[in-house]
Ligand binder design. Structure first.
Ligand code: KG4
Ligand code: ZN
Length: 333
């Protein structure tokens, strides 16, 4: 059973071929970082146009690399939402065209479900489990139950974790996307250089990063006003410490509150070396099984979309041609 996965929700065009829900045949990711870097963030119109240019050649390339033909495909999984509407449409229209031409099912995947299912590519994960999804657009604690069912336990009241890292990196003059830059510089800095605040919220499992962002900006501006040099590596390490500290604190609360035995950490920010390290420590302390996908499966890719599509396929949940993309698609019932 071979599924073609397609992901075009934001600034990565990704195509993958997955066999029997677990075997990676091909995974191609074309990043648009070069295109958006000079604007310091994703420009939706440019993103759609680039997806349009590269998607079909990438699908052909994937088939060649996998030694397969279009007729070997059994289903097509595509990100239906959330994301940028124009970008999503490029993936969806291509997937629909292939689905009609080949007479095979079309599977509409929620991008966050994709990130969660990335963990299932490398491991058998028993459910229920807690998932911490941390990406450029999402920071959510989700209870994942048997049967494609998701329950939201906590979310961000303002910015997402990745968005916060990207904004501060931009403020510090670092290239886009800032998360990996902050990760890299933090390794040489002192996380205890300055204590930035962890945002508290009414729901103890929610997140808030806007106060932290403002506090970092004031702190750096203050140093500059006093004529002091800004120790970039120390500022990055302290700031990263606060973001990671908040993710760890809320995850600990959720595990304790609901007695989770398994935790999945996924999404682009799960590539962060400090978060990976600290989660491992937490898992041995609280004695839960930890699943963090390999780094190339944390950031946006199409294998995770194909894997989530496989779960839908097994349940017989397919899209019709009338179904459309939904930039605000909800994961919850
Ligand atoms: O999941 P993803 O690739 O795309 C979205 O769905 O948003 O996540 C992208 C986010 C960006 O904010 C990026 O800065 C962050 O993941 N990121 C990292 C690291 N690698 C990517 N953040 C911290 N440390 C990293 N190593
Ligand atoms: Zn993502």
């Amino acid at each position: 059973m071979i599924i073609l996965g397609i992901e075009t929700s934001c600034d990565e065009t990704a195509v993958a071929l997955l066999k029997d829900g677990k075997e990676e045949l091909v995974s191609l990711v074309s990043s648009q970082v070069d295109l958006h870097q000079k604007y310091g963030g994703v420009v939706p119109e440019l993103a759609s146009r680039r997806h349009l240019e590269v998607l079909v050649p990438m699908i052909k390339e994937a088939l060649i690399r996998g030694g397969l033909d279009f007729k070997d495909l059994d289903a097509i999984a595509v990100t239906r939402g959330p994301g940028l509407v124009g970008a999503l449409l490029v993936g969806m229209e291509t997937a629909k065209a292939l689905s009609i031409a080949l007479g095979i099912p079309l599977l509409g995947v929620h991008h966050i479900a994709g990130h969660i299912y990335a963990a299932f590519l490398e491991n058998e994960v028993s459910l229920p489990a807690l998932a911490l999804v941390v990406s450029g657009g999402h920071t959510e604690l989700i209870e994942v139950q048997e049967g494609e069912s998701f329950r939201l336990l906590g979310t961000t009241r303002d910015d997402a974790a990745g968005e916060t890292l990207d904004k501060i990196a931009r403020f510090l003059g670092l290239p886009y996307p800032g998360g990996p830059q902050i990760d890299r510089l933090s390794k040489k800095g002192d996380p205890l250089f300055h204590k930035f605040p962890i945002g508290e919220t009414e729901n103890p499992l929610d997140f808030s990063f806007s106060g932290l962002k403002t506090s970092a900006i004031y702190f750096v501006e203050g140093l500059k006003k006093k004529g002091e040099t800004v120790p970039l590596e120390d500022v990055c390490a302290s700031f990263q410490e606060a973001v990671v500290g908040s993710l760890i604190q809320k995850t600990r609360r959720a595990v304790k509150k609901c007695s989770f035995k398994r935790v999945i950490v996924c999404g682009g920010v799960a590539a962060n070396s400090s978060l990976r390290e600290r989660m491992k420590e937490l898992s041995s302390k609280l004695k839960f099984e930890l699943f963090i996908p390999s780094i190339h499966l944390c950031t946006d890719n199409a294998l995770m979309i194909a894997r989530a599509g496989y779960a839908l396929f097994k349940k017989g949940i397919t899209l019709s041609l009338q179904d459309d993309v939904d930039p605000n698609l909800s994961l919850y019932d």
